[in-house]
Ligand binder design. Structure first.
Ligand SMILES: NC(=O)c1ccc[n+]([C@@H]2O[C@H](COP(=O)([O-])OP(=O)(O)OC[C@H]3O[C@@H](n4cnc5c(N)ncnc54)[C@H](O)[C@@H]3O)[C@@H](O)[C@H]2O)c1
Ligand SMILES: CC(C)C[C@H](N)C(=O)O
Length: 365
């Protein structure tokens, strides 16, 4: 991979490779943009097919966090970490403590939290070495696992998208096909079930499927079948790049609204679903509940305040659909514009000179 070429193309600030022989830590921290503030983004632990695949994932996810944080109105930039390894077998205390020390070395440029493959317990270990970590245990006055809050944000965002497609935001009697019933989707399915939606689920983890079948009366299908099932809403809640050339022709849903990051394999796939009349809730807008929740820790965690902000995801999705219709552009473009405009405006307002302790004039203060 031509790393500098890629970083230059999308204007990344920094990419760090962190290695600790004793614990087996191999981590890649990507910082995309810190115009709005320190980069906040989770740590993913995953068995990547190659080092290049891990680097690309870290970079793509970090950029997504820049847009997510900007669109959510947070004063935070975008970054992400991937740890190469199997979260079921390769974790140990030393690994997360070593990782915490690397984060501490960045002196606040990057703040981490949970993502796929990492847990509150892992964040607590990182917290032994640095304060630049969120999503730690409620025992520390923190917000804990972000997934249930992400799920709530997805649920309200899905309702806003449904209103556009079906004329009502009630999900009663609506059929939702859910890909991946892990931490976020399990909690999201509970909201959907309570509102009377019919669920079709799939997961590569049979126990996760069984739980959804037993608790929510969901119908189970094989992983390859989920794209083509008869449904009103498709909710991608596993990994990225699942809106692609193979899956789009199979889709019967009128709405795509789910928690997965980087759902569009390429931007042209966003154009394609727009032309098909599918209402797409942009991934980083609908799944911002978790980051909104953990970011509140930076001010001293207040759950009511955080949940009020998460409720706003409904309005954000409505606004983006409005811009998309007004300007005749796909929703993913409308969301990108919203985020980019905010970053550009803040960048401009911060361009004036401000004296700090390092400047030659500082002894005149
Ligand atoms: N956890 C959060 O707060 C949060 C916030 C924002 C975005 N997200 C994104 O939402 C997605 C889900 O996150 P999560 O925390 O629930 O992760 P998770 O690991 O708990 O759940 C993902 C589920 O998807 C399943 N899966 C993986 N590949 C699959 C496939 N090919 N077909 C079907 N199922 C498959 C896994 O077995 C797992 O059960 C991820 O893309 C994550 O980045 C999560
Ligand atoms: C900060 C975390 C809650 C990040 C989360 N995994 C996301 O992708 O938004």
């Amino acid at each position: 991979m031509k790393i500098f070429e890629y970083m230059g193309k999308y204007d990344y600030e920094q990419l760090l490779f962190c290695q600790d022989e004793q614990s087996g830590l191999k981590a890649i921290i990507a910082i995309h943009d810190t115009t709005l503030g320190p980069a906040l983004g989770g740590t993913r632990m995953w068995t990547y097919a190659s080092e290049d695949a891990a680097i690309e994932d870290a970079l793509r996810l970090a950029k997504g966090m820049t847009y997510k944080n900007a669109a959510a109105g947070l004063n935070l930039g975008g970054g992400k970490t991937v740890i190469i390894g199997d979260p079921r077998k390769d974790k140990n205390e030393e690994m997360f403590r070593a990782f915490g020390r690397f984060i501490q070395g960045l002196n606040g440029r990057y703040i981490t939290a949970e993502d796929v493959g990492t847990t509150v317990e892992d964040m607590d270990l990182i917290h032994e070495e640095t304060n630049f970590v969120t999503g730690i245990s409620p025992a520390f006055g923190s917000s804990g696992n972000p997934s249930p809050v992400t799920a709530y944000g997805c649920y309200v965002g899905m309702k806003a998208a449904a209103k556009e497609a079906f004329g009502t935001d009630s999900l009663e009697g609506i059929t939702v096909a859910v890909q991946g019933v892990g931490n976020v989707a399990y909690a999201m399915c509970r909201y959907l079930h309570e509102e009377g939606a019919q669920l079709i689920v799939t997961d590569i983890n049979k126990e996760a499927v069984q739980r959804a079948v037993e608790e929510f009366g969901a119908k189970a299908v094989d992983p390859d079948e989920i794209y083509g099932v008869d449904c009103d809403i498709f909710a991608p809640c596993a990994l990225g790049a699942i809106i692609n050339d193979e899956t789009i022709p199979q889709l019967k849903a009128k709405v795509i609204a789910g928690s997965a990051n980087n759902q569009l394999k390429e931007t042209r796939h966003g154009d394609q679903i727009h032309e098909m009349g599918i209402v797409y809730a942009p991934d980083y807008v609908i799944n911002a509940g978790g980051v909104i929740n953990v970011a509140d820790e930076l001010y001293g965690y207040n759950r009511d305040r955080a949940m009020k902000k998460v409720e706003q995801i409904y309005n954000s999705i409505e606004k983006i659909i409005g811009i998309s219709k007004r300007d005749g552009i796909p929703t993913y473009v409308a969301a990108d514009r919203m985020a980019e405009e905010r970053i550009a405006k803040v960048s401009k307002s911060r361009s004036q000179f401000l004296l700090n302790s390092k400047h030659t004039l500082s002894n005149r203060i």
